[in-house]
Design a protein around this ligand. Sequence first.
Ligand code: NAI
Ligand code: MG
Length: 357
Amino acid sequence: MNHYAIAVIAGDGIGPEVMREGLRVLRTIEQLHGGIRFETSAFDWNCLHYQRHGVMMPKDGLEILQGFDAILLGAIGSPDVPDHISVWELILPIRRTFQQYVNLRPIKLLRGLVSPLREKGHDQLDFVVVRENTEGEYADMGGRLHSGTPYELAIQNSVFTRYGIERVVRYAYSLAATTGKRRLAAATKSNGINHSMPFWDEVVHELSRDYPQIETSLFHIDAMAAYFVNRPEQFDVVVASNLFGDILTDLGAAVVGGLGLAPSGNINPEKRYPSMFEPIHGSAPDIAGIGIANPIGQIWSISMMLDHLGHRELGRYLLDSIEAVLLQGQVRTPDIGGTATTQEMGEAVVRQLLTDA
Ligand code: NAI
Ligand code: MG
């Protein structure tokens, strides 16, 4: 019997709603496999916790999480708590402390869905974005001066280290190599950001020599955004800095049908620390509490977790089941053109898992 300790942080807004369906799927996977147990522990670390206790998580929160094999996250954020508290005091410390320096985000048009870019086929819209997850533009360096005066100013520094760039770019190359992909595209903006981005480009060029079988190209981020829409078939693996990767993957999610579908893995490749799996969407206060959020992003993130834990065949099987439900087309949440609830969507995936078994 394989035992995995999984920390579950459902979070805020639609987070708990999509997590409920994710856990339903996880239980089904256990039942089907027979030899796997996921011992889940729920943590109520969210904005309500902040309002009650003045902190997003207890002081020893990270120590507690460190003992787990993986973390499943729903979404964090509430209109009542500023994002610089909720996101910065929970998600970012987890990503950094646990050296989840790779943020892996597939952009894949699932069978059963039609892209807003209708004429692109499923094989033309299937790539993965590797986003740097610990430094770059989201570095906590800077400050404010002369607050409340006409001289008021704010400075936010971007931080790029050779170590940080090398390890994420190397991960992207090895991902391409091990999955039989031919091309690596790096996002840059060295024409406008004239210190850090030329450095990023240099490191990419240096590493490209170690992977002669992979074709390397650099694209300015603005052009790349346009190519995501009009030439997505030219991408296999995209590697990008923290901010660029964040923006590109919301665009990527929109191109394959919407934010509710897209998953994300915050990965510590060395497995020294737990990795964290979550949908890329936030807590969606505009639709929270009415049970219509799409749980597929959350459920797909469980497929990525299974891959990461070494159960690739189960991860693949879960993704196939999601696609089978979409192909049948009867059960769809409103964001993808149906009337199903979050729960109905989760149950449909569970039924499919059991049917194909
Ligand atoms: P959002 O992702 O929560 O919502 C953007 C839009 O997409 C909304 O119209 C929402 O209804 C829709 N949407 C998102 N997920 C959906 C789903 N599963 N099914 C159907 N529709 C869905 O982004 P927004 O509104 O910018 O942020 C809301 C809060 O979430 C903020 O506090 C923000 O900081 C936080 N946030 C948290 C993230 C995380 O926990 N990793 C990531 C992004 C935002
Ligand atoms: Mg984002």
